[in-house]
Design a protein around this ligand. Structure first.
Ligand SMILES: [Zn+2]
Length: 237
């Protein structure tokens, strides 16, 4: 009886450990099972890519575009298909301003235990939405929540897509995310050649990230960095 109990506990422990391992693997920033993943590009050139996830939204697309235009910066926006369909004018404004558009899925699910058909539908519906706003540039993919496991990387690999992750994520730490100055400081201090910065600027809750943008741009320029889009960064490898 006791032996059964011990064996059961050991089995449970191993299961939990395996589940934890799978979760860790699914959110790894610089590894996936199939295909190409880029979190930063090894380059001698002082270039950094600013990337913005989610949206577009009616309230914050305009202000962010104005700010980037005022600083002469081209960025990469990973948009969801659903939000492009809901806010086509804002999406077109991003394209018209000359920024790069990336595919961030249609409905922003955690794409780790989805069927191949569901994965394909998420990606293709978003491609169609991106096309519908007149964008003709390269389209890379960024997984929602940075999550990918088996089916998603497999699909991306089979369709010749690069997964774009990041090496600088100031919003991950609550104490940094709560303060615009801290966000800017974190990015400026930790950026290296070929860094990819992830920020969320499309929702009300990310006021500090929007406020940090001018300081990030000015601070990185002061360190000698130029800004490039993701597709301008990839050939540097
Ligand atoms: Zn997202």
């Amino acid at each position: 009886m006791r032996r059964t109990l011990i064996l059961s506990l050991v089995a449970l422990g191993l299961l939990l450990l395996a589940a934890y391992g799978v979760l860790q693997l699914s959110s790894a920033r610089s590894f996936q099972l199939f295909g190409e993943l880029v979190a930063r590009v090894e380059t001698d050139r002082p270039v950094v890519a600013l990337t913005f996830d989610d949206g577009p939204t009616p309230d914050y697309t305009g202000p962010v575009l104005d700010l980037l235009a005022a600083h002469g910066v081209a960025a990469t926006f990973f948009l969801t298909g659903r939000e492009i369909e809901e806010n086509p004018e804002e999406a077109r404004a991003i394209v018209a301003a000359g920024h790069e558009i990336g595919n961030h899925s249609y409905s922003h699910p955690r794409m780790i235990f989805m069927s191949p058909d569901a994965v394909r539908a998420e990606i293709e519906a978003t491609d169609a939405a991106i096309k519908s706003i007149g964008y003709e540039g390269p389209v890379h993919f960024r997984p929602p929540f940075g999550r990918k496991l088996v089916v998603l990387p497999w699909h991306l690999w089979r369709t010749g897509r690069t997964t774009i992750m990041w090496d600088l994520e100031p919003e991950t730490w609550p104490e940094i995310a709560a303060d615009a100055g801290a966000i800017a400081e974190h990015v400026i201090a930790n950026a290296t050649n070929g860094s990819i910065v992830i920020l969320h600027v499309m929702y009300e809750s990310r006021q500090t990230s929007r406020e940090a943008l001018p300081a990030i741009i000015e601070g990185l320029r002061a360190r000698g960095f130029d800004f490039v889009t993701v597709s301008e960064l990839l050939p540097e490898r």
